[in-house]
Design a protein around this ligand. Structure first.
Ligand code: NAP
Length: 321
């Protein structure tokens, strides 16, 4: 099969499209023919690690997983003898966070992992584009007590994690203020934001007439200290980045002991239960895939370079149909 292989850490050019052996499913696994995958910031973070912790997980000197790609949507081509919940020909979508492997024509994944039947109202491109940002956002959303009238600000609401965090917060009943680029203002309103702030015109942290229960910095460009005065006395701050000198880790350990405004930094964990939750809210019409650009697998270097500009709106898809 064709796959994008990287045998060393480095710039996008370490990614090479080549022929590799097609995987064979174990007893509890499905062999999926991938119709769509994505290039996301997690792929980029594991291809060229900026944090030492990534090397601890992904390989100290060279990558242990040589095929990246964590999101996929496709069709079950073969099943192992013990597989009960899926059959040949099922359309599925899911996430392969630890093993990656979705930048290829086929992937094997155990049926108990984060995989579910594809939402009936989504294309393969759309279904591939919801998983990574949605799971990362959900790990924050799960920590929030959604009481009536809750107000949440999402910084970087036009990104993959941000657009997911915003849609989930609205789904659970929050009033959301979205901070995004000029080109995404209308999109944010269409997704249900109560208020939109164009970060190119205004620094939201300078506001002194508004407070929020929760601030989610989904692009990691702000900080707890800049946002603190915009938080209510027991307000919560989340960030998708470790922050200057990894401060968000230390603040997440310290601030809960002090009893006031808190930084939380939950470790994301994807589950099958979450995949089924996303399938449900997508089919209810309450959650949409946001796609910026679609590339082919042969264009993986170009797609990766675009993702690394940090300027995508939502997600970048690789179509393999
Ligand atoms: N914690 C984790 O496990 C994890 C995993 C994956 C990614 N991440 C991190 O999470 C962050 C977001 O990733 P993503 O894929 O969701 O984002 P993204 O898709 O790369 O997009 C970022 C979006 O934020 C907007 N933006 C840029 N600067 C901004 C600012 N100062 N204020 C408000 N909006 C701004 C960009 O708009 P423009 O087009 O105008 O620039 C773009 O639409 C990245 O820093 C990434 O490294 C964390």
């Amino acid at each position: 099969m064709k796959a994008v292989v990287n045998t060393q850490y480095g710039p996008p050019e370490v990614l090479h499209l080549m022929d590799v052996e097609k995987p064979t499913p174990k007893k509890n696994e499905l062999l999926i023919k991938i119709h769509a995958t994505t290039v996301n910031r997690t792929d980029c973070g594991f291809r060229d690690p900026q944090y030492f912790i990534v090397r601890l997980v992904g390989g100290l000197f060279r990558p242990k997983k040589k095929i990246l790609g964590s999101e996929f949507a496709g069709v079950v081509e073969e099943i192992g003898n013990d597989v009960k919940a899926f059959k040949q020909g099922d359309s599925v979508f899911g996430l392969s966070t630890i093993n990656f492997g979705a930048h290829a024509e086929y992937i094997c994944i155990a049926e108990e992992k984060s995989i579910g039947l594809k939402p009936v109202n989504m294309s393969y491109n759309e279904a591939a584009a919801i998983c990574d940002g949605a799971f990362l956002a959900l790990s924050n959303i799960k920590k929030i007590d959604f009481k009536a009238g809750i107000k949440i600000l999402v910084n970087g609401a036009s990104g993959s994690i941000g657009s997911a965090a915003m849609q989930l917060a609205i789904y659970f009943g929050a009033e959301v203020t979205a901070v995004c680029n000029t080109g995404s203002l209308e999109l944010m309103k269409s997704l249900g934001a109560t208020e939109v702030i164009d970060f190119t015109n205004e620094d939201f942290t300078k506001r002194d007439n508004q407070v929020f229960d929760v601030i989610i910095d989904a692009v990691g460009k702000s900080s707890f200290f800049k946002c603190k005065k915009l938080l209510k006395p027991k307000g919560l701050y989340f960030s998708s980045e470790l922050g200057y000198l990894s401060q968000n880790i230390y603040l997440a350990l310290l601030t809960p002991l002090l009893g006031g405004k808190k930084v939380l930094f939950p470790i994301p964990k994807d589950t099958k239960e979450d995949i089924l939750f996303f399938k449900k809210i997508i089919e209810e019409g309450k959650y949409k895939a946001i796609i910026d650009r679609i590339y082919r697998l042969e264009q993986i270097v170009e797609a990766t370079k675009y993702v690394e500009t940090g300027q995508k709106t939502g997600n970048v898809v690789i179509n393999m149909e």
